[in-house]
Ligand binder design. Structure first.
Ligand SMILES: [Zn+2]
Length: 179
């Protein structure tokens, strides 16, 4: 009986998952994501981060809820179109996977309010998860988000959003990982 159940699960689950075109993260990355997200949910409740969010008109409670409800997927293996995913990488009619073939793309968020797609495991960290949650919540692109956070608006480098979250106590600073 047990063996039959596992066979059934193996056959049925992939078709359910791939019907949506959203590929799940591999188990190791999913665990990494859950761990980083739990940490991020604690970090954004710190006073310093709360002040930073409020100073830029970001409702901390709504941000917390958005982050909590965020769902992560594997970008390079997701076969739905960018239009279907409600995201913008390079062209709406191309798949999310095709978008991820572009260099320097680590993650992208959906304007559907919950979904985020990641490239590789090491990009799955607190500040990146929060950066994507801001897109989920505010439904704006990088240039607008950069302006909203008082940063230089530049399409060629959007890591400044991630860095400002780290620099204002919303996520552990990468240098702190070394020690
Ligand atoms: Zn962004």
């Amino acid at each position: 009986m047990v063996r039959h159940f596992f066979l059934f699960a193996l056959v049925v689950c992939p078709s359910v998952v791939f019907a949506t075109g959203r590929a799940p993260l591999n188990p190791r990355d999913q665990e990494r994501y859950q761990r980083a997200k739990s940490k991020a949910l604690k970090e954004i409740r710190q006073d310093r981060c709360q002040r930073f969010l409020a100073a830029h008109g970001i409702d901390p409670g709504l941000f917390f809820e958005t982050l909590k409800n965020q769902q992560a997927y594997d970008g390079p293996h997701s076969t739905l179109t960018q239009e279907e995913a409600e995201t913008t990488i390079n062209a709406p009619y191309l798949t999310v996977a095709r978008g991820f073939q572009r260099r320097h793309i680590n993650a992208c968020a959906s304007y559907n309010g919950t979904d985020v797609y990641f490239a590789k495991g090491h990009h799955i960290r607190e500040a990146v998860i929060e950066h994507e949650a801001l897109h989920n919540m505010l439904k704006i692109g990088d240039e607008e988000l950069q302006l909203r956070l008082g940063l230089k608006s530049q399409v060629e480098y959007t890591g400044n959003v991630t860095e400002t979250l780290e620099n204002h106590g919303c996520a552990p600073h990468p240098l702190s990982r070394i020690f």
